[in-house]
Design a protein around this ligand. Sequence first.
Ligand code: AMP
Length: 449
Amino acid sequence: MAEKEEKSEEKKIEAFRSPRGVHDILPMDHEYHTFIKKVIRHRARQAGFRRISTPIFEATDVFKRSIGDTSDIVSKEMYTFEDRKGRSLTLKPEGTAGVVRAFIQHGMQELPQPVLLYYIEPHFRYDRPQKGRYRQFWQFGFEVIGESDPALDAQIIQLASKINEDLGISGILSLQLNTIGTPEARKEYMGILQDYYAGKERSLCDSCKVRLDKNPLRLLDCKEEDCVILAQLAPVMRDYLDKESVEYHEELVGYLDEIGIEYTENPKLIRGLDYYTKTVFEFWDKDNGSQNAIGGGGRYDGLLELMGGQPTPAVGYAAGIERIIANMKRERIRVPSKDTLHVFVAQLGNEAKKKCLGLIDRLRDSGLKTMGALGKGSINVQLRLADKFKVPYTVLIGITEVREGTAIIRDMEIGIQETLDMEDVPERLVELIGEENLDKYSPGELLYS
Ligand code: AMP
C-alpha cells in the first residue's frame, strides 16, 4: 500500500503557473475589458481619432532614445532580449514611442495635421509586482501629433475625463496638473536642483544617487520614502520656467476652467518619462495619490525630432485598464454581461440529437445565445445542467417529439412547458426573449460590395 502511494507521488507532476507578475484575464474580467474598450472606441471615433497598433516589440533604441536612459522604465523595467541575429529588441513598455516611430516611418507628416491616433495594447514592464502593478498590463492611449496649442492639451484632458466619467470613476479621481517648461528652461532648474541636493546624497536611494548627475529631475519622481521627503522640500520648478511656458500653461488652465474641468495644480508633478515638454498631467486615485495613478500624459514637442523626424509638436494621454477595472470594482460598478445564455437544448436519443444540431444552429442564427447538451445524460441530468447555467428557457426533444416533429419549450423559472412545431421554436423563443435582447450578428450584410 505504502509502496503504491509512493509510486503515485512520484508520478505527480507539478502543474504550471503563469509567470510572476502576469495574470490571465478570465471571462468575468473580460466583460470589463470589453466594456472599457467599447467606451474608448466610441469616444475616440466621436473625436476623430483612428486606431493604430504597433508591434509588441521594437528595436531597443526606440525606447531608450525616447523615454530616456535615466528613467525607471529604461534603467530597470524593460524586457530586452537579443534575436538570433544579435539585434537588441524590447517588449514595448509604453505606447507613445512606437506610435511616433510609426508616424515618422509612414510619412504621416504628409497627412492633414494634427494626426489623431489611439491604441489599446498590452505593454510590458519588469515592475515589482503588487496590487495595480503588473509585468504585462493593458494600456490605451491617444496621441495628437502635428500641432501645438493649449486648446489641444485641454481637449486631450477633456477626452480622458469624459472616459473616466463614462466608466463611473471620475468621482474618485483627481486631476493633477503641471507644466515642466521647455528643455532649455529646465536646464537652469536642473542646476538649481543639483545645488539643493549637494551634501544630501547620503539620504538618497542608490538610483537617485546615479540620477542626480545625469537627470536630477527624476529625483522629484522617486517613490522611495527618504527621496520623497527631500523632493517635497526641493525648489519648485515653476519659479524658474520661461515666460512662454508659463503663458502657455495659463492659457490651458483658462480653457479647463471654461469647460468646467477640476484640477489640482501640482508643481512637483514631472511624470516618469523624459520626453515631456510644458503640460504634464495625471489622474490620481484620491485615496492613494501618485502610487496608483490610473493614467497620465502631456505634451512632447521635441520627441519627433529626437526620433529622427521633422520637428513636430504633439500631446498625448495613456491609462491602464487593470487599474481602471480595480477602481470600477471598488466603486461596485457593474458592466453589462453579454455572456449569459438564453436557451439550453436538451435531448434524449440518437434521433433527437440529430434534430438538435440543426435547431441549435437556427436558434443561434436568430440571435439566441444557445447551448446544447449533447452528452449522454438523462433529461433530468440535462435539466439540472440547464439550471446551473441559469438559462431562462430549455428546449426539450425526446423520442415522441422527434416522431411528431415537435419540441417542448420549458420556462425554467416558473416550470411551465408548451409543445409546438419544431419549425416554430426559434420564432417563439425570439418572442419570449425579446428582440432587444438578441445577439444579432450577420457579417454578410455588413460587408460592402
Ligand atoms: P505611465 O505612462 O507610466 O504613467 O503609465 C500610464 C498608466 O499605465 C498608469 O497610470 C497605469 O494606469 C498604467 N500602468 C503603468 N505601469 C503599470 C503596471 N506595471 N501595471 C499596471 N498598470 C500600469
